[in-house]
Design a binder for this molecule. Structure first.
Ligand code: FES
Length: 540
């Protein structure tokens, strides 16, 4: 067996950092090397029981594991990080994350005033933005609509997979799969309600209303609805209409008698969070032609032609979440979020979340790197890295751009952006660009008619619009027309929390939006292949 064959790819969650490990290095030691904190009072001697992580797949527990961990935890895959080394490719999930996550909680721009219903049930309400990666809870006064507080966390379902397709598969292929995913998210929302109420010095008993918006898979898993129809074409949701129930019915125990409202869905992969985005920006009332996009592992794209709505979901994959990028990571402390190259022979200027030592690259940094490499001709239109003193060859033919050399920015190791990473970005950006141009065609408008592009969500808020246009993630429009609107889904959730009138508008949006299924769209492949070229060649 060669040295390389004895090494295993380990992905640390929720940061998404990756490392190749031999079978002599404990997960505790590996985490330390990567700058990840795992509590370890005994320093790895196996006596404190603090270094808990979840390992997938689950290795057999050691005697020391069994001494410190409950049977229920052992069944879930909880193990002591100092007790185990990698024996296969696996994921190591840190159960306590102390590094700062850049979770987008606030919306930047909203459109219309919320007309609060009167009389209203209860004194306080909680609006929940239930995302695949993050969950955000907003506590609002129901009398005046004032926001009292906000709390957020990573979606704990992440231990079962980063994207909705993996979680749907888990729900379908395991007897208790759907139940465990539901239980995790219900407990998480309960915990957030408790946290936001305590911080606001409000009794959770006084919470009378809860609104929840999420993509269709998150909606179904939260409500315990069968997700099998989302796993197969034509990917129809089992429930499209809005849903109202007593909090006890959906299992929320933190509040005693609140009404829970879940927004309607448009399609299997365009859910209530997109309805909330449209509602937040009132794309249904637009007097212009505008595009809206919320780009995650699925990019939900909406085109409003003077209020007539067209939408689709483009499977971008996880490149912009950092997952398929060799040194990619989520937007957490240590992630390089912006890159500028002034002189291509010199080190790039970088901005790191938290300002410390760079550990990996998150989505906005990835878009910047590709844009800067293009600008300086270190990358051609086909996506091939060109020769330069900052391009090295690892192995016989694998070119990589040295973003950070060992020692630069106090980094203890090199951070590379590889030729394979460029390919991953091409596939991801092409899916979004192809979806956008197909909507433009279906709406029968010209690119020049697009007045503005609204970008929602964390990735859309932190990316540099110029970089996004230059690589062809966004269509070839003036970057000054890009408006970054922040957490529009959260804003829509607040509107649906406070106002029955806005819930009725949400129903109309879900009913009237025309959904375009890209998987069965005849020319999708043609759009997609041409869309992989750098820039936007689809409007030519
Ligand atoms: S570090 Fe104390 S038991 Fe692992």
């Amino acid at each position: 067996m060669t040295f390389l064959e004895e090494r295993w790819l380990v992905v640390f969650e929720p940061s998404g950092l990756r490392i190749l490990l031999d079978s002599n290095t404990s997960f505790l030691e590996a985490a330390r090397r990567m700058g990840l904190h795992i509590p370890a009072e005994c320093g790895g001697k196996g006596t404190c029981g603090k270094c808990r992580i979840i390992l997938k797949p689950k290795p057999s527990p050691t005697k020391i594991d069994s001494l410190h961990l409950k049977g229920e935890d052992i069944r879930r895959g909880v193990r002591l990080a100092c007790e185990h080394t990698a024996k296969a490719h696996c994921r190591a999930i840190l159960t306590r994350v102390e590094g700062r996550s850049k979770i987008l909680a606030e919306h930047l721009i909203t459109t219309d005033e919320i007309a609060i219903d009167a009389p209203i049930d209860g004194e306080y309400g909680v609006a929940i933005d239930l995302g695949t990666t993050t969950i955000v809870a907003y506590l609002l006064g129901l009398k005046d609509g004032a926001q009292i507080g906000c709390a957020s966390m990573l979606n704990p379902q992440i231990e079962y997979g980063e994207d909705v397709v993996t979680r749907i598969t888990h729900a379908l292929q395991n007897d208790e799969g759907a139940a465990s995913l539901q239980s995790l998210v219900v407990q998480a929302i309960d915990g957030l309600i408790k946290e936001v109420c305590e911080a606001g010095q409000v009794s959770s008993e006084a919470v009378g209303r809860i609104s929840v918006v999420g993509n269709t898979a998150m909606h179904h898993l939260f409500l315990g609805i069968d997700t099998s129809s989302l796993g197969f074409a034509p990917y129809e949701p089992a429930m499209k209409h809005s849903f109202n129930a007593d909090s006890k019915v959906v299992g929320l125990g933190q509040v005693s008698a609140a009404q829970v409202y879940c927004s309607p869905n448009i399609a299997g992969f365009v859910g209530g969070d997109t309805v909330a985005f449209i509602l937040s920006q009132r794309l249904d009332q637009s007097e212009d032609v505008v595009l809206g996009a919320d780009i995650g592992t699925n990019g939900e794209i909406v085109l409003s032609k003077y209020g007539e709505l067209f939408c689709c979901s483009a499977a971008a994959g996880s490149a912009f979440e950092g997952a398929t990028i060799s040194q990619g990571m989520r937007g957490q402390e240590g992630a390089i979020e912006h890159v500028t190259i002034d002189d291509p022979s010199q080190p790039a200027e970088i901005e790191v979340i938290g300002g410390g030592v760079p550990r990996g690259i998150c989505g906005s940094g990835i878009v910047d790197i590709v844009s800067e490499l293009l600008k300086h001709s270190l990358l051609d239109e086909d996506g091939r890295l060109q020769e330069s003193n900052r391009i090295i060859h690892v192995g016989p033919s694998v070119a990589s751009y040295v973003l950070v050399e060992k020692g630069e920015h106090d980094s203890e190791s090199r951070i590379l952006f590889t030729q394979k990473d460029v390919r991953q970005v091409q596939l991801a950006k092409s899916a979004i660009l192809a979806g956008t141009h197909i909507l433009i065609r279906e709406a029968d408008v010209a690119l020049t008619e697009i007045d503005a592009v609204y970008l929602a969500g964390a990735f859309g808020t932190y990316i540099n619009p110029e970089s996004a246009v230059s690589i062809g993630l966004l269509p070839a429009i003036d970057p000054n027309r890009v408006v970054q609107v922040g957490n529009a889904a959260g804003d829509g959730a607040k509107k649906m929390l406070l106002s029955i009138a806005h819930r009725e508008i949400a129903e109309e949006i879900a009913d009237s939006a025309r959904y375009v299924e890209l998987a069965s769209y005849g020319e999708f492949e043609k759009f997609f292949i041409r869309g992989t070229l750098m820039g936007d060649h689809l409007h030519e």
